[in-house]
Design a protein around this ligand. Structure first.
Ligand code: FAD
Length: 144
């Protein structure tokens, strides 16, 4: 079985409201878990960035659905590569908000204070999602 990692970014359309976000998240959790896909979905009022990791056929099928969804547009594929292991093994589809990033971390990806995800290289996109996961983990950890 070939394992792949796929990362894309897109722009949210007006068809995407809070209810739609909840629908996307619940459909993603269910469908992805059934197919052995892990990954994260990051959303900002302006954009989505998503990583899907899992069996190649399953990732291709879900990505094909995602690209015909009218709740977003301007889809840019940033990374599609065969992998030996997963970066987001424990996530069936975590939801991340970029506004949790501290200034120092944000500065790695932008000089203006606002990230332009369509301009990121594959490695930067990967690190951006890993930084978000790490900061979310730290912020939800109990204070010592
Ligand atoms: P259903 O149970 O049929 O639908 C769930 C709800 O979403 C329903 O209320 C339905 O009315 C609504 N809905 C379904 N499709 C659309 C559509 N195209 N436009 C408007 N409303 C719709 N799906 C995944 O399975 N895994 C993912 O990782 C994933 N990531 C996504 C990321 C983004 C940024 C977006 C925009 C969508 C994503 N989706 C994902 C959703 C995907 O495009 C399909 O909508 C979904 O897979 C349909 O699954 P379902 O048939 O089980 O859902």
């Amino acid at each position: 079985m070939h394992m792949v990692r796929l990362i894309y970014v897109s722009t949210m359309t007006d068809a995407c409201d809070t209810e739609a976000l909840q629908d996307i998240l619940s459909a993603s959790k269910k469908n992805n878990a059934e197919r052995g896909i892990s990954g994260v979905l990051c959303y900002d009022p302006a954009f989505f960035m998503q990583c899907l990791e899992g069996p190649r056929d399953a990732v291709n099928e879900i990505y094909s659905r995602i690209t015909s969804d009218e709740r977003h547009k301007n889809i840019t594929l940033l990374e599609y590569t065969e992998v030996d292991g997963r970066l987001f093994e424990n996530w069936t589809m975590g939801f991340l908000r970029p506004n949790i990033l501290d200034k120092e971390t944000l500065a790695k990806y932008t000089t203006t204070g606002r990230v332009n995800p369509h301009a990121l290289k594959a490695e930067q996109a990967r690190n951006f999602l890993l930084d978000l996961v790490e900061q979310q983990r730290r912020q939800s950890a109990p204070n010592m």
